[in-house]
Design a protein around this ligand. Structure first.
Ligand code: RIB
Ligand code: CA
Length: 317
């Protein structure tokens, strides 16, 4: 069976790192065209470095890593270093990777790579601010037809926000880019806080990763310790929500998730609620006013996600 061509756009970031480990463990079914870093959790130079560190730790240094946009389309970069650490990889002793960063700009890579494929062929995974993909769509609108679907981590409905009371970080960081994605006419699958907060990296689950006994699993456990601590303290839960790996878990096994096609709009003007995602889950609005533009994830087999994650981590032994 032909491998699924995917482009991963991310801001590693601790949970982005786990997502990359999962993706890289499935190159027998995923044709990873490239990883593109964006300014997000930490500045671009660090997200581009961290993506290459994960390539080296997992032995996947043939996967090209590109740097895209350093800041959002229309606002300054707001990082999340308080969550991920100043280097963006709490739990990992970061270093300058030997693996080179590609010279081509990440946005141009996205455009050229999509143009080299057939219509409806490539899946885009976005787990950071959506600046790179939005910039590519602005620069080359023709590439939209090449995208099969966009599977993204972002937004919140019942769990409204994590960086402000009403906005989730990836959307808040670049609401204008998010609006471009959701109004692109491309099928999107949204892994928002409502579902990621059902996938908690509990102490028992981290212990199970530690028991795997290889360098990649050890690194995942080392990341999830501090990562979980921040959110466990904040939410009073046993473990933090595993946000970004939900995207790859969905691509690998959509049956793990329950989704509903509905409308999602992004607040791009209000200072108070900037980045809020208004999800019309109950279809209260006329479809011609609020077109159904995303498969909103609302349920998940969290045990199944961790079984899949551990299977991926064991594959590095
Ligand atoms: O709100 C969670 C998202 O923001 C995750 O993608 C995390 O990595 C941060 O980028
Ligand atoms: Ca991220």
């Amino acid at each position: 069976m032909a491998k699924l061509p995917i482009i991963i756009d991310c801001d590693p970031g601790q949970d982005d790192a786990i997502m990359l480990m999962m993706a890289f463990a499935n190159r027998d079914t995923l044709n990873i065209l490239g990883v593109v870093a964006v300014g997000g959790n930490v500045p671009l130079d660090k997200t581009a470095r961290n993506a290459r560190i994960i390539c080296e730790i997992t032995g996947q240094t043939d996967i090209p890593v590109y740097a895209g946009c350093a800041r959002p389309l229309a606002r300054d970069l707001h990082t999340a270093a308080e969550v991920h650490g100043n280097e963006g990889m709490n739990g990992v002793d970061v270093y300058e990777p030997e693996m080179p960063l590609q010279k081509k700009n990440g946005v141009n890579f996205i455009i050229d790579s999509l143009r080299a494929h057939n219509d409806g062929e490539v899946v885009l995974i976005i787990t950071g601010p959506m600046t790179n993909i939005a910039a590519a769509f602005i620069q080359a609108p023709d590439i939209k037809t090449k995208v099969k679907e966009i599977v993204l981590m972002g937004g919140g409905m019942a769990i409204c926000g994590n960086v402000t009371p009403s906005a989730e970080y990836n959307i808040y960081a670049d609401p204008h880019a998010a609006e471009i994605i959701y109004k692109s006419g491309i099928k999107t699958v949204s892994m928002g806080l409502d579902v990621t907060h059902q996938v908690l990296a509990s102490k028992a689950r981290i212990a199970a990763m530690k028991a795997i006994g290889n360098k990649v699993a050890d690194t995942a456990a080392a990341i999830l310790g501090p990562y979980s601590f921040f959110d466990s303290e904040k939410y009073g839960t046993d473990g933090g929500p595993l946000h970004d790996p939900c995207t790859i878990a969905y691509v690998l096994d959509p049956s793990l998730f329950q989704t509903k096609l509905c409308n999602l709009e992004v607040e791009t003007k209000s200072e108070l609620t900037l980045g809020h995602t208004s999800v019309d889950f109950w279809h209260g609005m006329p479809e011609d006013e609020r077109p159904h533009n995303t498969y909103w994830a609302y349920g998940v087999d969290d045990e199944g996600v961790y079984d899949l994650l551990n299977k991926c981590l064991k594959s590095y032994s």
